[in-house]
Design a protein around this ligand. Structure first.
Ligand SMILES: C[S@@+](CC[C@H](N)C(=O)[O-])C[C@H]1O[C@@H](n2cnc3c(N)ncnc32)[C@H](O)[C@@H]1O
Ligand code: SF4
Ligand code: SF4
Length: 351
């Protein structure tokens, strides 16, 4: 997509047209062997995990023909033994796929790397790159505290080193690694050090404010630990403004907006997730928005997703989410396809 097309996409999707999704996000499992404070997925129930044969029935629909980026996430996706078989079905069904993403806690290096190798074996290096997103909430011990696993941070560092080695072993493949940090009370003071660590290692890093919710991250049990103290809000907002200056156009505006939201303003940026991304749960339940897991679930087994995507039912769900959830949502889920007028005027996404 060039910048003109991105601009049309941002303003037109959902208003002038309903596009086929360009992003796909599959929560392959709800199982998890981490014990994060900010995420209660590990405490919850584990829905059925659809086997690759059943997933093939869902994915073999031309509806998935425009998907360019597909994510394997969870729960902890590397716990799923048949992960590469799941990826193979996605690859076979998505002719436009250019990037496969793996979101992992990265703690259990040996298992994570074995799964990465399995994925590389089913990818076609001429068509697909692999992006590995590792969670790192602090460059020091706070990461272990936040993740509830002694040695978690050391595990992530070892995984980063092992990914670097894989680049030598698989020279034909495009293998990228990046970090994601959840900003929360325990790590506010650590953020500059984490940013410096990422810069030193030449790693991209994204920051999200912790979502406190009874939905997918289901963390109300830890609410007291997750609410910022009044004196932590300004340092978090100031940090995001500093990161904004060094970020791409889309992230820059997003971080500035989140800083304003932390100071009490509502969200003013459209989220394209509702028109650009299909989110599926392990059992085939469709989530119109990645964070709304219990309010509007629709199971797609035996349903035509294209028909659902364009239905009145779906439009009504989107309107409800835009009205009830988006104004207070601080996530940057769909920035990949967004390009606002002000970003476009400042040069957009570049050549
Ligand atoms: C749900 S996890 C799944 C992948 C993997 N288990 C991991 O931790 O990276 C995907 C991302 O969501 C982030 N996350 C978890 N709980 C969150 C919350 N309450 N608010 C914002 N992001 C959260 C995680 O830190 C991780 O980067
Ligand atoms: S953030 Fe990831 S690692 Fe932590 S509990 Fe949630 S799914 Fe597991
Ligand atoms: S609630 Fe958040 S993630 Fe969901 S559509 Fe709205 S802004 Fe996007």
């Amino acid at each position: 997509m060039n910048n003109w097309q991105r601009l049309l996409w941002y303003y037109g999707a959902g208003r002038l047209f309903t596009p086929r999704p360009r992003w796909f996000c599959y929560n392959v499992t709800r199982r998890c062997d981490s014990r994060c404070i900010h995420c209660g997925i590990w405490r919850g129930e584990h829905p059925e995990e659809l086997p690759p044969e059943e997933l093939r029935l869902i994915f073999s629909n031309p509806f998935f023909g425009a998907v360019r980026t597909a994510w394997l996430t969870g729960g902890e996706p590397t716990l799923r033994q048949d992960l590469a078989a799941v990826a193979a079905v996605m690859i076979a069904s998505m002719p436009s796929l250019a990037t496969l993403g793996l979101a992992t806690h990265g703690i259990r290096t040996q298992r994570v790397i074995q799964q990465v190798v399995n994925l590389l074996d089913v990818l076609d290096p001429a068509r697909h790159g692999l992006f590995i997103h590792l969670s790192l909430d602090s460059a020091g011990e706070v990461h272990d505290q936040v993740r509830g696993i002694p040695g978690a941070q050391a595990g992530v560092l070892a995984t980063l080193d092992a990914i670097q080695e894989l680049r030598h072993d698989y020279p034909g493949h495009r293998i990228e690694a990046g970090l994601n940090c959840v900003i929360q009370p325990a790590n506010v003071a650590e953020l500059p050090r984490l940013l410096a660590f990422a810069r030193e290692r030449g790693l991209s890093i994204t920051f999200n404010i912790v979502v406190i919710t009874d939905q997918i991250f289901d963390n109300l049990e830890s609410e007291a630990e997750l609410r910022f103290l009044p004196e932590q809000v300004e340092p978090a907002a100031t940090f995001l403004e500093q990161v904004a200056v060094q970020s791409s156009a889309a992230l820059c505006d997003h971080y500035r907006q989140i800083a304003r939201m932390l100071r009490g303003e509502p969200r003013d940026r459209r989220c394209l997730t509702l028109w650009s991304t299909v989110n599926l749960e392990p059992d085939g339940t469709f989530l119109p928005c990645p964070t709304c897991s219990n309010i509007y679930p629709v199971n797609v087994k035996g349903r035509d997703l294209e028909e659902l995507w364009r239905s009145q039912e779906m439009e009504a769900l989107r309107r409800r989410i835009v009205t009830e959830h988006c104004p207070t949502c601080q996530l940057g889920c769909s920035l990949g396809d967004s390009l606002t007028w002000s970003e476009w005027r400042r040069g957009g996404w570049g050549p």
